[in-house]
Structures are given as C-alpha cells and as structure tokens.
Design a binder for this molecule. Structure first.
Ligand code: UDP
Length: 327
C-alpha cells in the first residue's frame, strides 16, 4: 500500500508516517516545513519505504504524479495554531483553502481515497457541548482573524463533501480536537508545550483569561490509531467524525498538573486575552467532543490519561528538545 501524507513532517503527520511504516506501507511525505520540522522525520529518511518532498502542496505539477501513483491520501497539511492564525492570516487562509483544492481535485482525477484532517474549530463559539458532528458552526465576525481558520477548514469540508457527492470521491473527514504529545512545539501557541517549557525553566505559567475555560486533550498515538482505523473502514467514506478525548480539564487545573508533575517552583500568571492574542480575541469556554459515532464504528476509546500525556511531553522536553522548542 502506497500512502501519501501531506504535512507528514508535522507533529501528527510524522507520528502517522512512523505508524504506517511499521504497518508495512510505503510512505511519501510532502511538507513545506512551514510548521512541520525536518527533525520530526530525520529518523525515517533512510528507511527504504520512505520518501519526502520538501515542497508546497500548492505545487500542482509536483503533486499530480505523487497522487497518481499512491493508493490513499492523508491530507494533514494546513496552517495550525491560534497564534499563527492571528499573526499570518493570509498564509492560513491560502494554504488551507487553495492547498486542499489542489489535493481534492487531483484525488478526484485519479479517484484516490482521501482522509481530510479538519478541526474542532469548525464548531466555533457554539456552546452546546458536547459537540456532535451534525451540530452548527457558530462563527464570529470576519474582523476577528481567529475565525478565518474555522471558516477555511469548514470550506475544506464543504469541498470534500462536494467532491464526494458530485464526483464520487471516497473522502473521510476527521475533526481533531486538542491533540498533544512529543514533537508538538509551543511556537504556535499550543498550551501544553508552552506550560511544560515554562515549568521546566522555572518561569510563570501563562494562563490566558481567567483559566476556567476547559479543553479535552488526546495523546497523538491515540489519534494516529484512529486515523488509520478510519482510513481502513469502508463505512467511514462520506462521513465526518469527531476525534478527541472527552475528559475535560480547565486550563487552571492543567497548569497545576504541569507544575506538580515537573516538580517546578513556577507560579501561575493570568494574562488577559487581549494582551495574549489581540484586542477583541474570542475564546471558547468549553470544547468537548461527542465521540459516540467514532466509538460505534471503530471502537475508539482514548487510552492515555491526562497525566500520561503530560509525562510524555515532559520527558520529550527534558530529553529531546531542540532549539525550535524553546523559540
Ligand atoms: N492558553 C493558555 N496559555 C498558553 C497557551 C494557551 O492559557 O500559553 C489557553 C488558550 O487561551 C486556550 C487553551 O489554553 O483557552 C488551549 O489553547 P491551545 O492554543 O492549546 O488550543 P485551542 O483549544 O485554543 O485551539
């Protein structure tokens, strides 16, 4: 089985590449290293069944032969991270919309099964948790750049479903909720790598807002297992799935857990949202997936607890962190 992974040098993509290599696949990665890092796939580069192209997915002439020759596509390449979206809104919108258009158009031309990585952001400010796949997207004003990410990924979903309906393309859409683990950097604002880095350096942990907002964190290995199972399941085609943990934790509690597990002397510092991001920034109070659809189809249940997740990130930062991680 020849598998193309766009964004395969990224945090989730590189773990997926490893798992699929172990399962015997031949892997081709396309990544422009905008948020991915070569470091993530360095250990794979000499593997006889692994190839990587450092290039943009917008390069149609590169993508066409790769898609023509592969059996299946995991489309993970996208701009991610709330901080990046606020700082580089043009790149976010263009990568997410134009890049997906290239991938889906070619996937349709050669009829290749495609799994599109989408995001819990598409639920936006909807506060009817837990979110079910057919719930509404509640998106804020277009003047608030955070929502451009949700809208761009929602457009990707519309396009994938349109290709499925109109052209018969076998697509699977997966909305990833907060996913963490080794290799995730704090550069794009993600909370757990930020907190772990701060705790290990003895700096205050920066909790944005009042810290009573909550999230559910899933280990990347749980995510990868589910992505592979969905790709293999014939009944997943044409469907949308939430993928995440349903164990909720407030950001204040998360900060306390990180301080405890690192045995750090760090304090907790609350920073108003407008200072942390930009004036008028809107955050969601709670974000909890309803994962019953995924459980029914593939028997999904996240295996790793929050403490296990945190310990794996702490160990990664203690042993293997690179210059990038502390940037
Ligand atoms: N957050 C925080 N301190 C940080 C980074 C993030 O308090 O250093 C908060 C952020 O405002 C949000 C939550 O932690 O409420 C999760 O943020 P993240 O960017 O990891 O993911 P999101 O759920 O916002 O996509």
């Amino acid at each position: 089985m020849k598998t193309l992974i766009t964004g395969g040098a990224g945090f989730i993509g590189s773990h997926l590449a490893e798992a699929l290599l172990t399962a015997g696949h031949e892997i081709v990665v396309v990544d422009d290293l905008s948020t991915g890092r070569y470091e993530n796939i360095r250990a794979l580069r000499d593997h006889p069944r692994f190839r990587v192209f450092i290039s943009s997915i917008l390069d149609r002439s590169l993508m066409e032969p790769l898609i023509a020759e592969c059996d299946e596509i995991y489309h993970l390449a996208a701009a991610v991270g709330v901080r990046l979206i606020i700082e580089e809104p043009v790149e976010t919108i263009e990568t997410n919309i134009l890049g997906t258009e290239v991938v889906l158009n070619l996937a349709s031309k050669y009829n290749k099964k495609t799994l599109l990585a989408s995001t819990s952001e598409v639920y936006g400010k909807n506060n009817a948790v837990p979110f079910r796949e057919d719930d509404d997207s509640v998106i804020g004003a277009t003047t608030k750049s955070r929502w451009s990410y949700a809208c761009s990924k929602a457009m990707d979903e519309f396009l994938a479903l349109a290709y499925h309906k109109q052209k018969g393309l076998p697509v699977i859409i997966v909305r990833l909720f907060n996913t963490v683990g080794p290799r995730q950097t704090g550069r794009y604002g993600m909370v757990i790598p930020n907190f772990v880095r701060q705790a290990l350096l003895g700096q205050p942990l920066t909790v944005f807002g009042d810290g009573e907002q909550s999230r559910c964190f899933m280990h990347v290995q749980d995510a990868v297992k589910a992505l592979i199972a969905l790709m293999a399941h014939p009944d997943a085609v044409g469907q949308i799935f939430n993928l995440g943990s349903d164990q909720e934790v407030t950001i204040n509690e998360l900060a306390r857990r990180v301080i405890h597990l690192t045995e750090s002397s760090s304090t907790i510092q609350h920073i108003p949202y407008h200072q942390a991001y930009e004036p008028g920034f809107e955050d969601m109070r709670r974000r909890v997936p309803d994962i019953s659809k995924l459980r029914r189809l593939i028997g999904f249940a996240p295996q790793r607890s929050l403490d296990e997740i945190l310990c794996s990130v702490i160990e990664y930062f203690r042993n293997g962190r690179t210059v990038d991680d502390v940037a």
